[in-house]
Ligand binder design. Sequence first.
Ligand code: PLP
Length: 374
Amino acid sequence: MLAPLCEHWGNPSSPHGRGRNARRAVDDARDRLAAVLHCAHRELTFTSGGTEADNLAIRGVVQRWGAERGRHLVVSAIEHDAVLTTAATLAERGEAEVTVVGCDGDGRVDPDRVAAAVRDDTVLVSLMLANNEVGTLQDVAAAARLVRIRSPLVLVHTDAVQALGRMQVDPAELDVDLLSLSAHKCYGPKGCGALYARWGTHLTAQLDGGGQERGRRSGTENVAAIAGFAVAAELVTRDLRDQTMRQAALRDTLESTILAGARGIRVAALTTPRLPNISALLVDSASADALVAALDVAGVEVSSGSACSSGAAQPSHVMTAMGEDPHATAFLRLSLGRDTSVEDVADAAERIVTAIGAATARGRESVGGSPVRR
Ligand code: PLP
């Protein structure tokens, strides 16, 4: 990232030497990311992040194909807001009709239900590869196959933002037409991402201007961030197997220590295929906000629900879709990473058990044994 910032700081669209060096940095990054995904470099469009990639996929398809093929979208109930809100906004404006497919108690979306939601006027199906709150993995390949059997022209999108660096992400194996990525979820810089679009998949651009990214996303490229994204993606892919096994083992230890030490706790999606780095705790008779604050003071940074721009925790739509009552059960999302050590896990588990013990005792006292309402 330093070379494009300090040395090759030209505009990649400029014809002079410094500009050509910047262009080479973008081209090189696209080649590297394409190698990670086993796709062609021309199938990748760099964006400002996962949110923009999701928006480009959904709005781009509806605008390009809506009039011809229909304006019906199928999305799952546990998608990130970048998908759910985009679909809802299109529906509110009368630009699309949306069917939301629910999930089971572990956050799994049945591929048959996804395919069954497809209608004659369906233009796009969007099903995330890995959920950001519970980590549950979806069988996107099975859903894509069933959707195509039902209607071969329907385009399939997956939000793979959480998956890169934690499992193999290969759009061809997943049999998807569109796939969203974000750099900062794999240790790259914030404010950078990419949309994979299978060669021949036509989309309407959402930003018009200088025609960068082969007309699909105008605006001068964030060269340093793009270079950083590609290297980060390469690095996380290089030791994917080792890190996946290591983090899953640490997560299991974290969960079993907490389950053994505190009462009234469940781990969401415990026996379901899920990401190795996320653990979603469900705590009865406690306030999530109070727990997050108490743990922050104790030096353990956890979240509850999705972080939104205001920083306030929203009741998790994922937990609600899984059949949990967000007013009766506190949801804590713990995550691990490449730097998490055995000692970190032991230390965090101890502090979490203490905080949960104190919070649930307070919760029971304050409401005479019934769950706290938040
Ligand atoms: N999709 C998923 C599943 C995410 O977890 C996130 C971010 O948390 C996004 C999309 C949005 O990505 P970005 O923050 O790069 O806009």
